[in-house]
Design a protein around this ligand. Structure first.
Ligand SMILES: [Zn+2]
Length: 133
């Protein structure tokens, strides 16, 4: 079922695209039966995701743990922490929240290689791992 347009109350038009069914009406759009939102909301959600993904892609946080920290930082429930469903104003808070998480948890946010070295040295003693030239 296509979503109902929040502006005019009619059912949205659906077209099939290579990304799946796309719904649109009154300048709003969405994918896969999700509620219609405007482009600014899509952009804010995308920026939120890009910032958040750095936590687990770059900074070595576990993905689930990263979601928990974001929920805690923004005082959200687990369900509210899905960026694909966030209202624009909330999505806009995510990049700053990610910065705060990195400030509060610097040791967890270490480079994955640094963490691996520390892990090895903890097990086998200092100097057990040496970087090549
Ligand atoms: Zn409409």
């Amino acid at each position: 079922m296509p979503p109902v347009c929040p502006k005019c109350g009619k059912q949205a038009q659906t077209s099939s695209t290579r990304y799946g069914p796309r719904h649109s009406c009154c300048g709003l759009h969405s994918w896969d039966g999700k509620p219609l939102v405007d482009q600014a909301t899509h952009d804010a959600r995308q920026a939120a995701h890009a910032a958040f993904d750095q936590l687990w892609k770059v900074h070595g946080f576990g993905r689930k743990h990263a979601y928990r920290l974001l929920a805690e930082q923004l005082q959200l429930t687990k369900e509210e922490t899905h960026m694909a469903l966030m209202p624009m104003e909330l999505a806009k808070l995510v990049p700053a929240a990610v910065d705060r998480i990195l400030e509060k948890h610097p040791t967890e946010g270490k480079d994955p290689i640094v963490r691996a070295i520390e892990h090895i040295e903890k097990q086998f003693g200092p100097g057990a791992f040496r970087r090549g030239p």
